[in-house]
Design a binder for this molecule. Sequence first.
Ligand SMILES: Cc1cc2nc3c(=O)[nH]c(=O)nc-3n(C[C@H](O)[C@H](O)[C@H](O)COP(=O)(O)OP(=O)(O)OC[C@H]3O[C@@H](n4cnc5c(N)ncnc54)[C@H](O)[C@@H]3O)c2cc1C
Length: 468
Amino acid sequence: MSIDRQILKDLVADKTRLIFNTDIPKEYLSDALGRRKGTADALIFPLSTEEISDVLRYACENRIPVTPRGAGTNLVASTVPVKGGIILDFSRMNRVLELDEDSMTLTVEPGILLQDVQTYVEARGFFYPPDPGEKASSIGGNISTNAGGMRAVKYGVTRDYVRGLEVVLADGTILRLGGKQVKDASGLSLKHLLIGSEGTLGLISKCMLRLLPKPETSVSVLVPYPDLNTGLRSVLRILRANANPTAVEFMERKVVALGEDFSGLRYPRPDAGSYILLTFDGYRSEVEFNTARVRGLALENGALDYIVLTDPAQAAEIWKVRGALVKAVEAVSEQEPVDIVVPISHTVDFIRFINDLEVSSGMRMISFGHAGDGNVHLCVVRGERDEDRWRRELHANMDSAYAKAYSLGGVASGEHGIGLSKRRYFLRETAAENLAVMNEIKDALDPLHILNDQKSYIEGGKDHAESF
Ligand SMILES: Cc1cc2nc3c(=O)[nH]c(=O)nc-3n(C[C@H](O)[C@H](O)[C@H](O)COP(=O)(O)OP(=O)(O)OC[C@H]3O[C@@H](n4cnc5c(N)ncnc54)[C@H](O)[C@@H]3O)c2cc1C
């Protein structure tokens, strides 16, 4: 069914918040990578829950597809409007609604950026722990992907910091889920069902976030190792030692070199084969104690050095290179970002498998990621391959990489979500019974499949997934 422009004009009062068809800027038809583009009849920037509800009611009655969009920083094509229709972009719903210092909650609109939430709460002595690499992502997008990031090893992921949600279902019904209470054993948790659902079950129109008191201090340490395996094995010892690191990132030297060239900054100990980058936070005495304790453990377990980054400028530079790794690889060649997560006990096995695959396939694969939680970010590099060869070889290699990850007890995505890009692997590796239940839930909440259809677990749309 095509859209009725006049009805949308009546529903969206301010005409600057409604764009039709060919006037829609191209970046709204894609994700952060910009390779996969869809088409849409209308782009709407809602300002209120009621407006979202009105648009959804109209879309539902007329079977018009709706693609929700936060800041569009996803890497899995989950904001590509594959079926046309309406894009609902939340970027203008970006206000802080309430800081409740006693219950330590912050209520915000979904389009507010993570970096703005972090700045806002830290200026008031609070701390919002989820810290995905892309700080210009929106809170609504973070919740819809259950974003992870650097601090997950100590603090957990976005799911652990959502106290309440306001959600608009496909037919326009408004649900209020969770709240300021700490505990909840009352019925099914619809809030947790919505978290990580990639815009397929309902649209998030308000978010109540759980805050912590801001840690007194935080110190990072760069630990060079001769090779990645030694570094990753050492991480297992560090995690078991109860030193409570906030972040434990691993990087191969070859990707750091790309990051250095890209940013114009340099890491110490360029003779290393890999680095582990740690952060400790908390009270000063506790941080000093843990930093000193881990020094001994790291050096006993093969570290070449243990560089405590006491100079904030140097620490910022080291983290800047880490934060720029995806962009650094992209500057050299198109690449496919992979976000596989395996049990931490198998990170070494998985990386070894990837290193062997790289040699046998001749396709460059660069790995870095969150050593503390087994989340491996692989960049599979296209190089000079033409489109056909790139697709063919990528799929063949990734078919075996995902199969290996699942055989080790892992899953397709630790934090980026499935979107379109990972469907092929996710649908193949996930138990049919689990997929069937997910699809029954979709059918119950969005029986006409208007919300972000053909993404993630949703059956049908195989052609779309394969053609990308
Ligand atoms: C350089 C770089 C580094 C990154 N590092 C990390 C990382 O460390 N950890 C990590 O987890 N991710 C990372 N990402 C991926 C991305 O930033 C996250 O997935 C982020 O959570 C997406 O937020 P967004 O606002 O951009 O959402 P979008 O990309 O706009 O949307 C993501 C999904 O959420 C849905 N959605 C958005 N808003 C709503 C809403 N209000 N209601 C319902 N559905 C909605 C969309 O339909 C889509 O399915 C990185 C991306 C880049 C480019």
